[in-house]
Design a binder for this molecule. Structure first.
Ligand code: ATP
Length: 220
C-alpha cells in the first residue's frame, strides 16, 4: 500500500517538500492557515486545505491519524509548530517530522515526541562551512550528533598511497566507505587499492577525527 503524507506549513521548506513529492508521483495533502499559500499548491498537492493545525478538532476532522507521515514545516511561529506536533503525536500519527528554527526549539520538539527533527538552515550552513574551509572537502553530511560523512577529493597528500598504508582507522578512527573514480563507485574498497589524484573518498567518522584528517590535507 502506498504511504500517505501530509505537509503542514507551505513556506519555502514545506512547499519544496510538496513539490518534490508531487514530482515523485507520491500523494500529499498540503495544509496551511494562509489561503493564498494554499491556493498556490491547489494544482500541485493531491489535496490542499486551509486549516489552523493548532486546533485539534480540525486535525481530527481531516482524519490526520490515518496518514503515515506528517511533516510540520511551520518555522517562525514556534508556538504553532510545538502545539501542532504535540496534537499530532497525541492523536497517534506514527511518524512526525518537524522543522526546528533553533537548538532550543529542536530540543522541545524531540521532548514532545517528534520522531525526526530537522534543522535545514543550520545543517546547510555547516555543510557550506566545511566546503569553504577546505578545498579538499566536496561535501559534508551530518549523520547524528558528532558523526558525519565527508567527500574528500584526493590531492598530492593522498595520491599513490594505498588504503592500507593510510590506515585511517588506526591513525584517525575513520573508515573509507567508498571511492568514486570517474563515474564508477567502489563500495568497501580493497585495502590494497591505490588512491589516484582526483579520486573522491567517502569517509565516515567522528567530527573531531574528520577535522584532524581534513586539516592534514589542507593546501596539499
Ligand atoms: P520557510 O523558512 O520554510 O520559507 P516561512 O518563513 O515562509 O518558512 P514560516 O513562518 O516558517 O514561513 O511558516 C511556514 C508556513 O506555516 C506559513 O505559510 C504559515 O502560514 C504556516 N503556518 C503558520 N502557523 C500555522 C498554523 N497554526 N496552521 C497552519 N499553518 C500555519
Amino acid at each position: 500500500m502506498e504511504k500517505e503524507f501530509v505537509v503542514i506549513g507551505l513556506g519555502r521548506f514545506g512547499g519544496s517538500i510538496v513539490k518534490e513529492l508531487n514530482k515523485l508521483d507520491i500523494d500529499v495533502m498540503a495544509i496551511d492557515s494562509d489561503e493564498a499559500r494554499v491556493n498556490e499548491y491547489a494544482d500541485i498537492a493531491t489535496h490542499a486545505v486551509i486549516a489552523d493545525t493548532t486546533d485539534e478538532t480540525v486535525l481530527k476532522s481531516l482524519g490526520i491519524r490515518n496518514f503515515d507521515h506528517v511533516v510540520v514545516a511551520i518555522g517562525d511561529n514556534i508556538q504553532a509548530s510545538i502545539l501542532t506536533t504535540l496534537i499530532l503525536k497525541d492523536l497517534g500519527v506514527a511518524q512526525v517530522t518537524a522543522k526546528a528554527q533553533n537548538d532550543y526549539h529542536a530540543k522541545v520538539l524531540s521532548k514532545i515526541g517528534a520522531d525526526t527533527v530537522v534543522h535545514p538552515e543550520r545543517d546547510m550552513g555547516r555543510r557550506i562551512a566545511h566546503k569553504l574551509s577546505n578545498a579538499s572537502v566536496l561535501d559534508y553530511l551530518e549523520l547524528a550528533d558528532e558523526h558525519s560523512i565527508v567527500e574528500i577529493i584526493a590531492g598530492p597528500t593522498l595520491e599513490g598511497r594505498s588504503i592500507l598504508d593510510l590506515d585511517l582507522r588506526a591513525n584517525y578512527g575513520l573508515n573509507i566507505i567508498a571511492i568514486k573514480r570517474n563515474s564508477h563507485i567502489t563500495v568497501s574498497p580493497d585495502p590494497e587499492e591505490y588512491i589516484e589524484r582526483g579520486d573522491i573518498l567517502i569517509v565516515i567518522g567522528h567530527d573531531n577525527d574528520l577535522s584532524r584528517f581534513e586539516s592534514k590535507l589542507e593546501n596539499k
